[in-house]
Design a protein around this ligand. Structure first.
Ligand SMILES: Cc1cc2nc3c(=O)[nH]c(=O)nc-3n(C[C@H](O)[C@H](O)[C@H](O)COP(=O)(O)OP(=O)(O)OC[C@H]3O[C@@H](n4cnc5c(N)ncnc54)[C@H](O)[C@@H]3O)c2cc1C
Length: 548
């Protein structure tokens, strides 16, 4: 080797950038083929943006220059503000301009936007998650907040124009003085997160619809939101409230930020511990019906979590496959080495099924109003899809990292951040056990909804449908008689519905491989277990084609 060779970078993959996350994804190609040109052009632009070096630098900066809390000003006055790096604001500005927080509620601009609002927004969220997940949290809660604001039409009329504005406004002013408003969620408390009936925060009625809230919240993401949807105890029952951060005159609403969480991931977004005494809250829905009222918001956020987790996995495996194409070991690129190819193919199957399932769920939200079958699918498959996609994400990303060798473990590349972000997606808006218990509640309320879902699955699975639905019925019976078996039913439903959707999309060979290795095969708990009947090179090249 000549002296100068040590200064050359040899045998390293080029950076995973400028690869167009939309054009390189065959699932998105299938899902959007029938759409008009303007929509496809918009997706194409997002696909280019999310893998551009500029956008990736913003994502990295927003996650390394972390939000800072200022509780007090120089004269000792309360400030309770969190300052974010300009990169965070740049991400928020761009995503709000493309309507991630507002698209579901805007007047549709064409027939597709009307009939496929959830699905088309999901495409944008899926692509944006491949860039940065932290800033998607406030956009998800802001979008979902309009579902609960519907319970108080006067409040909705006052807040909706600001919430729907696409002009990001991060100034620290009351919403009536701003161009736009974002909304966060404040449920979890120190003594109770999942258990929403054990709230310590109390709400006392002042006048019709107006309450004063005292207590604390333990994990408030996006603490600079203009308002929070909050649960508080009203005479022993949870009520749901809109709690502005600042009051109309610009005065603080008694929300005292104690500290920011030092989170593992999703670090670009702050999460605060908050205490408050006599903060104003405006009632949403009946005073004793908070759990019912907030459910619509949580349901929308759970769909988002599934879509985000699916996008995150897509980004991780795309990056790993790209790296394996650009790295040689023992004279051959990694991607053609049989064992690596098998690992990547096995990962690719889960990524494909997760994406297919998430978009199928979004479609059921679009069609639920006109079809009882789709409404049943949406109800049953929300906890199932949220459970499975967010639960497999950490394992998928970890395996993808390992495929990149030591490079995967270093913060220079996005995949290390994806790894830290992945587990958080499962935890917020209801962890795995809560999703399983939610599904069990549907089982306990009678089987009719499942009959509709089983029919969908059996129809799309084709020949193997009958046998698989029999297995699902057995798992459902077990889930009904034994709470601790609920996860078994959730997972089987996810796998069966994932395969069914892959068949419906026409990805027969991918669906065969997924079905055989996930539902029909013997033991497995790691990746690379694809059996020899399935061609790993076909799977990888189809699902993660090489792009220039
Ligand atoms: C990244 C991130 C962002 C978040 N953002 C917000 C936010 O903006 N607003 C907000 O209010 N909260 C937020 N949270 C908090 C989140 O809502 C809570 O962590 C969650 O509700 C669980 O509550 P907990 O932490 O008190 O856990 P616990 O309620 O103590 O639960 C602990 C574990 O037990 C499981 N469990 C609960 N009940 C049962 C049962 N009956 N049987 C079996 N298992 C059970 C849970 O699934 C969980 O895994 C966020 C959390 C994360 C990680």
């Amino acid at each position: 080797m000549a002296d100068t060779d040590i200064y050359k970078t040899l045998n390293q993959p080029r950076p995973w950038s400028n690869l167009n996350a939309f054009q390189s994804d065959p699932l998105l190609g299938d899902l959007t083929r029938s759409l008009g040109k303007p929509l496809r052009e918009e997706f194409d632009a997002i696909g280019r943006y999310v893998t551009s070096p500029d956008a990736q630098e913003l994502a990295q900066m927003a996650n390394t220059s972390l939000p800072q809390l200022k509780t007090h000003g120089p004269a000792g006055e309360r400030l309770d503000v969190v300052s974010f790096h300009p990169a965070w604001h740049a991400l928020m500005r761009r995503s709000m301009a493309s309507g991630l927080h507002s698209l579901l509620w805007e007047p549709p601009r064409d027939a597709d936007s009307k009939s496929k609002a959830h699905k088309l927004r999901a495409v944008r969220v899926f692509l944006t998650a491949q860039l940065e997940c932290g800033h998607l949290e406030p956009l998800s809660s802001t979008s979902a907040s309009l579902a609960v604001l519907a319970a108080a039409p006067q409040l909705r009329d006052e807040w909706a124009p600001k919430i729907l504005s696409r002009k990001y406004d991060s100034t620290n002013r009351a919403q009536n003085q701003k161009a736009s408003a974002t909304v966060g969620l404040a449920i979890a408390e120190k003594q109770a997160g999942s258990d929403m009936r054990a709230l310590a925060t109390k709400a006392h009625r002042v006048s019709e619809g107006v309450y004063r809230l005292s207590g604390h919240k333990w994990f408030v993401s996006a603490p600079m939101s203009d308002a929070f949807i909050m649960l508080a105890d009203v005479d022993g029952k949870p009520g749901c409230f809109l709690v502005p951060r600042l009051l109309d005159e610009g005065r603080g609403n008694a929300l005292r930020y104690q500290r920011l969480k030092d989170k593992l991931g999703l670090r670009s977004n702050a999460a605060a511990e908050v205490e408050f005494s006599d903060a104003f809250g405006f009632l949403l829905g009946p005073p004793d019906g908070g759990l019912r009222t907030i459910l619509d918001m949580l349901t929308l956020m759970r769909l988002d979590s599934a879509v985000i987790a699916s996008g995150l996995m897509r980004a991780a495996v795309a990056e790993a496959t790209h790296a394996a194409r650009g790295r040689k070991v023992a004279g051959r690129t990694l991607v053609v080495q049989p064992l690596m190819m098998r690992v990547l193919a096995d990962l690719a199957l889960d990524v494909a099924a997760a994406g297919a399932l998430s978009f199928r769920l979004a479609e059921s939200f679009d069609r639920a109003r006109d079809s009882a079958e789709e409404a049943a699918y949406a109800r049953v498959m929300t906890p199932v899809t949220k459970y499975w996609t967010t639960k497999i994400a950490p394992a998928v990303v970890a395996e993808a990292m390992e495929a990149m060798g030591g490079n995967g473990f270093v913060e220079d590349r996005p995949i290390a951040r994806h790894y830290r972000d992945a587990p958080g997606l499962a935890m917020h808006d209801g962890g795995g056990n809560l999703m399983a218990l939610d599904l069990r509640r549907v089982v306990e309320h009678g089987g009719e909804l499942f009959e509709a879902v089983f029919q969908v699955i059996a129809r799309d699975l084709g020949a193997s449908g009958g046998k698989i639905v029999e297995l699902l019925r057995a798992a459902m019976a077990l889930c009904k008689s034994d709470e601790s078996a609920a996860r078994i039913f959730v997972e089987q439903l996810a796998l069966a519905a994932g395969a069914a959707e892959l068949y419906r999309l026409g990805a027969g060979r991918i669906a065969d491989a997924f079905l055989e290795t996930r539902l029909a095969a013997g033991w497995r708990s790691t990746y690379g277990m694809l059996d020899t009947r399935f061609d790993p090179s076909y799977i990888v090249e189809l699902l993660f084609p090489e792009v220039d």
